[in-house]
Structure formats: structure tokens, C-alpha cells
Design a protein around this ligand. Sequence first.
Ligand SMILES: Cc1cc2nc3c(=O)[nH]c(=O)nc-3n(C[C@H](O)[C@H](O)[C@H](O)COP(=O)(O)OP(=O)(O)OC[C@H]3O[C@@H](n4cnc5c(N)ncnc54)[C@H](O)[C@@H]3O)c2cc1C
Length: 427
Amino acid sequence: MTEDSSQRKCSDTKDVAIIGGSIVGCAVLHRLQASNLSCFLLEKNGNLVSGASSGNSGIRHCGYDTEVDTLESSCIMAAGPLADRFYQVSKVPYVACGAVMVAWNHEQLEKLNVYLEKARAANQMDVCTLTRSELLHIEPNLSQDALGGLYIPGEGIIDPWLTGVGLAHMARSKGAQVFTSSEVVSGYQDDDGIWNLVTPTKIHKAKLVINAGGLYGDVVETINNSEPKFKIHPRKGDYAIFSKEARPLIKNIILPVPTETTKGIIIFPTVHGNVMVGPTAEEVEERDVSQATPSPVVVDSLVQWAHRTVPALKQVAVVGSYCGIRPATQFKDYQIQLHKERNWLTVGGIRSTGATACMGIAQHVHKLISQQMEDNPGTFNSNGIKNNTNEFESLNWKKMDEGKVVIDDMSYTVTHPITKFGLFHET
Ligand SMILES: Cc1cc2nc3c(=O)[nH]c(=O)nc-3n(C[C@H](O)[C@H](O)[C@H](O)COP(=O)(O)OP(=O)(O)OC[C@H]3O[C@@H](n4cnc5c(N)ncnc54)[C@H](O)[C@@H]3O)c2cc1C
């Protein structure tokens, strides 16, 4: 331990502590609490869903383009049926709008087959090519310059903020504790192997710790006294926001054909009726999303791209902009690893699909902990870990004034621009 913590109060020992209260931490909290473990979550910021998770596109991917045999692809696939049930039961907004990948030149037209093959390999059999006239039929406001496309019906849009907060709220209603404004500054295992996590006001005790620190995942990793196996390379993405008048102009998510280096700029509707264009991909030093701002020059170029792609958008006002920062690492795949000897589980490098895969990631975490409990009988709770995947509830949520949403009688501050613009702006 690096500082004097003798004056801080200690909590009762729980089974699992989760460091990080954004989309991954919230999904893991929900899954483990529903499985009979006693859990708590420590979030350094004042509100949940404030890291990388507060600046994404809110797209629920079907996994048509992920590399097969990766952890990312298996978590996306595992998330599919769980998320279907979650959105159905919880009433968190989700629209299965589908996507079109558009070729603007002959080279791109040929490359569509690569993505068709990828989709087949990922078992997304409903992905199909579109002739120019089929494409313009299903996306009628697209520029006439389009040459053809790929139809990806499994892509959809979600409320990415309410997904995370909703999962945390469900976990709370099952007894989980959530502590915001609780940065874990250090930690140590005592003689009984219990983790003591030191926050500015309290020491929190747990038998196992999960690092869901996202953009600070490598920093949190040092609490485990080990050299982090990955380094976060923050990657910023800027967006422009069109007013809700744009919504009828777009039927699907409109994707470009990706290049070797980027998936490119997309135009997409949100579940609350705006249309967004973005994100860019820029390597940056800054990790703190609250300190990052979109570049006006970049936002302007995004708007120009949207105008070229869907000319009718020229008639619609741009009402805002935002940016997010991806927790990319030197690796493409997720970095999920159980340090068995130390009861520490790293869930890091969830770069660009975490909003989609969070419930699949939570299932993978559940599997690793089940194994750890089996290998170490008596270390965790005596009732064992349930394998319950069907524990979602209807969320009684309503928007309040001043950027807040109330679920049951609990108030949450909205941190994500998709939800903020969608719920609190008329246009
Ligand atoms: C521009 C962009 C577009 C994206 N588009 C999509 C998309 O369309 N669909 C999709 O599925 N995914 C998308 N993603 C990816 C997705 O947003 C991420 O995979 C996901 O947000 C990662 O979540 P996380 O919980 O791991 O990390 P984070 O959101 O970074 O959360 C980590 C949390 O840990 C907290 N924390 C850190 N250190 C400490 C500490 N010491 N003590 C306590 N708390 C701590 C932080 O405050 C934060 O709340 C996009 C991301 C970006 C940036």
C-alpha cells in the first residue's frame, strides 16, 4: 500500500469488487450479482457510464465483420441472445434497423465480396449483396453516385447509456452496491488473501477483484502489483449531430467500405430520433473523456461527408457535436485474463464493440469465476455460483428535467450525448 489508509473505514468483505462503472463493469456487476455472488462496484467519477462508454455510436453489432476465433467475436456472439432478452424485457430502447455498406467506386464494389465472405464465416447468413437499384430502393435518399452495396440486417441501434445504467440498476435491486466518486487509488491482499481496495474515503474488501477500468485499464492493472500486459493507446472519434428532422431521411445505418486502417465514417440514426455522422479515428494522448472536445474542422468535414452521402441532409440543421475515446491497446483482441493466484481478473482493451458485447463479456467472466470457485472450494460464498442467464427485469424509467433519468426512485445523470440530445432536446 502506498499511502496511510489507517483512518479510513472498512467495508464488510464481499465476494467480488469491480473497479470501473461503465458499460463493461455494469454488465459484469449485473451478471455476477444475479448469480448469487455478493458484489460491489467502485467508480471514480460522479456518474456511471462516464468513460469510453459515454462517447460511442450506440450501434449493436451482429459481428458480421469480426475476426472469427477471437475473444471479441465469441463475446459478441454470446451477447446476442442475452441482449435480445435484455432489450425485450427491460424496455431500454433498441431498434433493429439494419445497415447498408455502400460502394462508391469499382474497387470498393469488388471489396464487398470480402465482407460477404467474412459474414458467411461469422455465420451471418442473411448478409447479402445489393445491386445499385436494390440499394437505392431500401435507402432512397442515398446519393445517386452509389454503385452497389451489402445489406446487413443484423445491425441495430441501442440507447448505450441506459443499457449500462439499466444493468447496474437491476444489479442494485438484487443487492449489489454501487459507489460513485470512489477512485481506487491503491490496493493490497491481506494475510487471508482478501483484497483491500483503497478509495479516498473507505477501504473496500473483496475476495476477488475485476479490473474494468477501460481507458485506465493499464493504470488500474498496476494495483495488482504486476506489469500491465497491455498499454492503452487512446483513439479519439468525433461526431456531428443532425436534428431530428433528419430521421425520416435515413432507413439503415450507412457504412462505407472499410480500408486497411479504418472502418470509416458512418451515418446512423439513434433510437431517440437524431442522425449522427462519425466517428473519426485519431491517436491521442488524452484519456479523460470530460477533457476531450471535438475538432470544429473535423466536425465540418464530417458534415460535408454526410451531405455528399445523403444530399437531402443539406436541408437539415446540425445541432451539436461530441467525441469519444476508444480504449485501444497494442492488441486487436480483448485482453481478458484471470490471475488465478491473486484472485484478480483483468477485463481490458474492450476497444470498439463493448456496448454490443458487454453481456457476452459478463458471461465469459462468469465462466472464469465459476472455474476459479471450483478450483478453490470454500474460498468464495458457500452457496456457490448460479448459472442464471435469464435475470432481466422491466425498467420503470422516465426522463426528468436537467439531464436526469429516474429509474424506480433512483436518479441518474445522463452522460451520453445520444441519450442527452435524444431525450432533452426538442429538435
Ligand atoms: C468513438 C467510439 C465509437 C464506438 N462505437 C461503438 C459502437 O457503436 N458499438 C459498440 O458496441 N461499441 C462501440 N464503442 C466501444 C465501446 O464504447 C467500448 O468498447 C466500451 O465503452 C468500453 O467500456 P469499458 O467499460 O471497458 O471502459 P470505459 O467506458 O472506459 O469505463 C471504465 C470505467 O472505469 C472507471 N475507472 C477507471 N479507473 C478507475 C479507478 N482507479 N477507480 C474507479 N474507477 C475507475 C472510469 O471512470 C470508467 O467509468 C465505441 C467507442 C468509441 C470511443
